[in-house]
Design a binder for this molecule. Structure first.
Ligand code: HEC
Ligand code: HEC
Length: 352
């Protein structure tokens, strides 16, 4: 109780509880032993309890403003730093110290099938993904949960599982280690833990706070030079109808397309750059003819005409033409509708 009082007076007096507790002084979460991932999620030391997915004291929760759609899977995310290390914010980029660990849980709700969900869990955990920064590189690996959710085992080969959630059957894809690198590439290994995705007021449970500020408050993030969060880039929530249509569509594409469609990305040869920071005129989309896979009678975007816009057509296609080509077996209904509304609303292409 004493601790709590101290902390709350420290952040301005009347707020009940700070958004994040003080940082852990010991590192429990260590998924690599001698540079190799341990065999089970339990052995990582990252979670106090696997069955209830109770994170250990060194896991700091975070969220992204515009999430990647993966067939409606529910995601939870955490960052772990060695106790004396900090994230550095310089020139709109986050630098990660060695030992940084990023953790992402995928789970599905609405799975009624007894064989797939014998314990009738409300949220059926599927896998726990990790990115760990070593001296030389980032290691990517994932643990697949047992059907009853009590254990999770390191996955070494990719796998697909037919699963029915909320009455819809999807093909859940567990990527293998080397396919993580299709999206998490050397030039930008970390995809969602970035300024524009973090720069919003997150609900930490005890209270809400801008995530960059909350991380600074517990000395997990140090900004040099100091910044004002309202001067840093940010995405918008794609489903927030109070935001401009263009910002919503661009934020959705940033999260769902730009890890491949950017310079250096897996689909760099398409010469489309769908990052939110790039002006529309420079994205290589508007009034630009399609090149690949037999859609060459279309423009990538035809202002005012969604049906004649390859971007939307490829999002609504079936495998192998569907975009994104990996991790999606059911088209994101909100994303598709948003793209349609934005293209419909677009009057002309901006001149370069
Ligand atoms: C199809 C592209 C794609 C593949 C394949 C992929 N990821 Fe990701 N991953 C993303 C994107 C995009 C984000 C950020 C958005 C989010 O968190 O929702 C992300 C986020 C993460 C995060 C949170 C840290 C971060 O980068 O923001 C972890 C950890 C992670 N992925 C691990 C993995 C591992 C391990 C694999 C392979 C088993 C993998 N991913 C395969 C696209 C992919
Ligand atoms: C995992 C990587 C990946 C992601 C994510 C991805 N794409 Fe692609 N995309 C590709 C590759 C590779 C190609 C080139 C081969 C092809 O056309 O299938 C491509 C091609 C395209 C093309 C065809 C361009 C042309 O000129 O013919 C369009 C349009 C497209 N993507 C739109 C999107 C949109 C919109 C998103 C997000 C909703 C997206 N892509 C996400 C990998 C990706």
């Amino acid at each position: 109780m004493g601790l709590l009082l101290l902390a709350s007076t420290g952040c301005g007096g009347n707020s009940a509880q700070p958004p994040l507790p003080q940082r852990a002084t010991e590192l429990h979460c260590q998924p690599l032993k001698d540079h190799v991932p341990v065999q089970t999620l339990e052995e990582t030391g990252c979670f106090q309890d696997i069955e209830t997915i109770t994170p250990g004291p060194d896991l700091i929760p975070y969220g992204v403003r515009s999430p990647l759609w993966t067939d409606g899977a529910d995601k939870q995310r955490w960052v772990v730093l060695p106790p004396t290390e900090t994230l550095q914010l310089t020139h709109n980029e986050i630098q990660f110290p060695r030992g940084t660990t990023l953790v992402k849980l995928f789970s599905l709700t609405g799975v009624q099938d007894n064989a797939l969900n014998p314990s009738h869990l409300e949220r059926l955990p599927m896998e726990m993904r990790f990115l760990v920064k070593t001296e030389t590189q980032w290691e990517a690996f994932t643990y697949r949960f047992s059907p009853d959710g009590s254990t999770a085992q390191l996955l070494d080969a990719s796998a697909d599982q037919e699963i029915t959630a909320h009455g819809t059957t999807l093909s859940y894809h567990f990527p293998n280690k080397s396919s993580c690198e299709t999206c998490h590439r050397n030039d930008k290994p970390v995809l969602g833990f970035e300024i524009e995705q973090l720069n919003f007021e997150y609900d930490y449970g005890p209270s809400r706070e801008n995530q960059l500020t909350a991380l600074e408050d517990i000395q997990a993030l140090v900004a040099d030079p100091p910044h004002k969060t309202n001067e840093l880039p940010s995405l918008v929530l794609p489903t927030d109808t109070k935001q401009p249509l263009e910002d919503r569509a661009r934020s959705w594409m940033h999260a769902n397309c730009s890890h491949c469609h950017r310079p250096g990305g897996w689909a760099a040869l398409s010469q489309m750059d769908l990052r939110n920071s790039v002006p529309l005129a420079d994205t290589g989309t508007c009034d630009v003819p399609m090149e690949f896979a037999g859609f060459s009678s279309l423009f990538r975007i035809t202002p005012g005409d969604p049906e004649q816009s390859g971007l939307l057509v490829r999002v609504n296609e079936m495998f192998p033409y569907r975009m994104p080509p990996i991790g999606v077996s059911i088209t994101d209904p909100n994303g598709s509708a948003l793209l349609r509304a934005w293209i419909e609303d677009l009057q002309t292409c901006p001149s370069p």
